[in-house]
Design a binder for this molecule. Structure first.
Ligand code: FEO
Length: 401
C-alpha cells in the first residue's frame, strides 16, 4: 500500500518514516524515529528528488510506482548521497534503469565508492547556477558543500518557489502522517528534534550554512523541502532565523545549562542547589546528569543556552571522563562563545575546576566567570554563601548578556 502526500499541484512526498533504527549514524539515539524524504514531480518529465535509506527503499519504489501510474521515470536528482538517502538509489534504478541521474560531481564519485549506482542511463553533473527544465517546472542548482557532506547541493524550483534543501532544515522524529510544519505545534513538540539534528549533524559547518543562507536570501522561497522532518510552508523566516543563530553559534536563550558529573551524589546535590538558587534569581535553567544524558542532547542544549555551568568530580586527577567526552564533542563541533562557571569536587585533592577552566578557555574559547565553588565530597552548610555567590555571579552575567 502506498503512503504519499501532496506538496504542491505537481509535487508529492514519496518518502518513508523509520521508527526501527535506534541510532542515527549509529551514534545519535532517535527514539522518536526519523523520516527520509523523497519528492516526485509529475510534469512533462517525471523527476524523483532524492532517495531513502536502504531499509525504506521498498516503500519508496511502491510510492513512486503508484504515482507514475505506468509512466516512466525520467530523472533522479540526488542532492545528497549519504547512505540514509543514497542507498535506496539502487532499488530505484533496478525498477527504472533508464532514468537520468543528476547530482554533483562529488556525489557521483561517492556513489561509485559506496556501490549504490549500477547506472545504465545518463549521468548529469549539476553545476552552480545551472537550470534544468522539466516542462512547467524548472530547477536551478546551488552548491552547498559540507552542509553536510562535500557532495551536497540544493535546488530552487521557480514555479512554486520550492527550495529542496538536502540535509539543511531537517528534523529528527518520524512524520507520523504530518508532513507540514503547521500540522504540529512545531516549537513545542519538534524544535528540540530540529535543534539536536542540526547541532550534532551539521553543527560543525556553521560557515558553510551561513554561505547557504546567503544564497537563500537571494531567492523568493515559499517552501522548504528537506530530507528529514517536516516540509516548511509557513513561518520560514522563524526557522531560517534559528539556522542563522545556530550557524553563528549564537545562543537562542539567556539562561544557564547546568551539567554535572557525580559519582556518589555530592556533586549532583550541589548542582541541584545551584539551580534552585538561580531559579530564585529569575534565571532560566536546565539541569542534566552527564552520565545518563546522551551527549547529543547536551550538545543541543549547549547551542541553546548562553551560559554553561560545569559541575564535576575529580577523577584520576582529571575531570570526570563523561564530562571530558562532552567537552571534546563541543570542541569537535566548533561551539564557541559560551560563558562558563564551575563547581568542582574532590575528596582529597579537588583538581577538576582548574582543568575544566583551562579546557573551556583554551579549547573552547569560552569566557570563565571568576566565582567558583570547591567542595570536598559534599557541599557543607557553611558553604551556602559560596553557592549563593556563584549563583549571584551567574545571574548577573546572564542578565547582562
Ligand atoms: Fe541525511 Fe547527511 O544525510
Amino acid at each position: 500500500m502506498h503512503c504519499v502526500r501532496k506538496v504542491t499541484d505537481d509535487l508529492w512526498w514519496v518518502g518513508a518514516d523509520d521508527r526501527r533504527t535506534a541510532l542515527f549514524e549509529n551514534i545519535h539515539p532517535i527514539p522518536e524515529g526519523v523520516s527520509y524524504n523523497s519528492y516526485l514531480l509529475l510534469d512533462e518529465k517525471t523527476v524523483l528528488f532524492d532517495c531513502v535509506d536502504w531499509s525504506a527503499a521498498p516503500r519508496l519504489v511502491e510510492n513512486v510506482e503508484y504515482l507514475l501510474n505506468g509512466r516512466g521515470l525520467d530523472y533522479i536528482v540526488l542532492h545528497h548521497l549519504e547512505p540514509d538517502h543514497g542507498a535506496g538509489l539502487w532499488a530505484v534504478l533496478q525498477k527504472w534503469p533508464e532514468a537520468k541521474l543528476v547530482s554533483s560531481l562529488a556525489a557521483q564519485r561517492f556513489l561509485d565508492q559506496f556501490g549504490f549506482a549500477p547506472v545504465k542511463g545518463e549521468c548529469i553533473v549539476a553545476k552552480e547556477g545551472e537550470r534544468l527544465s522539466f516542462g512547467r517546472h524548472a530547477v536551478t542548482f546551488y552548491a552547498a558543500p559540507m552542509v553536510h557532506w562535500p557532495d551536497v547541493m540544493v535546488s530552487y524550483e521557480e514555479t512554486d518557489k520550492v527550495l529542496f534543501t538536502a540535509d539543511a532544515f531537517g528534523t529528527f522524529g518520524a512524520l507520523n502522517g504530518r508532513l507540514f510544519n503547521d500540522e504540529t505545534d512545531f516549537e513545542h513538540t519538534r524544535l528540540a528534534g530540529a535543534r539536536r539534528y542540526y547541532t550534532n549533524i551539521v553543527g560543525k559547518y556553521g560557515p558553510q550554512v551561513q554561505a547557504l543562507l546567503a544564497k537563500a536570501r537571494g531567492l523568493d522561497i515559499r517552501m522548504l523541502c528537506p530530507l528529514h522532518g517536516p516540509v516548511w510552508r509557513s513561518d520560514l523566516d522563524w526557522f531560517m532565523g534559528k539556522y542563522d543563530l545556530w550557524s553563528r553559534y549564537e545562543p537562542e536563550e539567556k539562561g544557564a545549562l547546568v551539567v554535572y558529573g557525580s559519582m556518589y551524589g555530592g556533586t549532583e546535590l550541589a548542582a541541584e542547589a545551584l539551580c534552585a538558587a538561580l531559579t530564585e534569581r529569575g534565571v532560566e535553567t536546565a539541569l542534566y546528569d552527564v552520565s545518563s544524558t546522551h551527549v547529543s542532547r547536551l550538545i543541543a542544549e549547549s547551542f541553546r543556552y548562553s551560559h554553561i555551568v560545569l559541575a564535576s568530580v575529580t577523577y584520576n586527577m582529571d575531570f570526570y571522563p563523561p564530562v571530558r567526552d562532552y567537552l571534546e564533542d563541543m570542541k569537535a563541533l566548533g561551539l564557541r562563545g559560551r560563558i562558563f562557571a564551575l563547581l568542582e569536587n574532590g575528596t582529597w585533592a579537588p583538581n577538576s575546576g582548574k582543568l575544566m577552566g583551562e579546557f573551556v578557555t583554551g579549547e573552547l574559547g569560552g569566557t570563565l566567570l571568576e566565582a567558583k565553588v570547591t567542595m570536598k565530597s559534599t557541599l557543607k552548610a557553611d558553604q551556602a554563601g559560596e553557592l549563593e555567590a556563584l549563583a549571584d555571579a551567574v545571574a548577573v552575567s546572564v542578565k547582562g548578556t
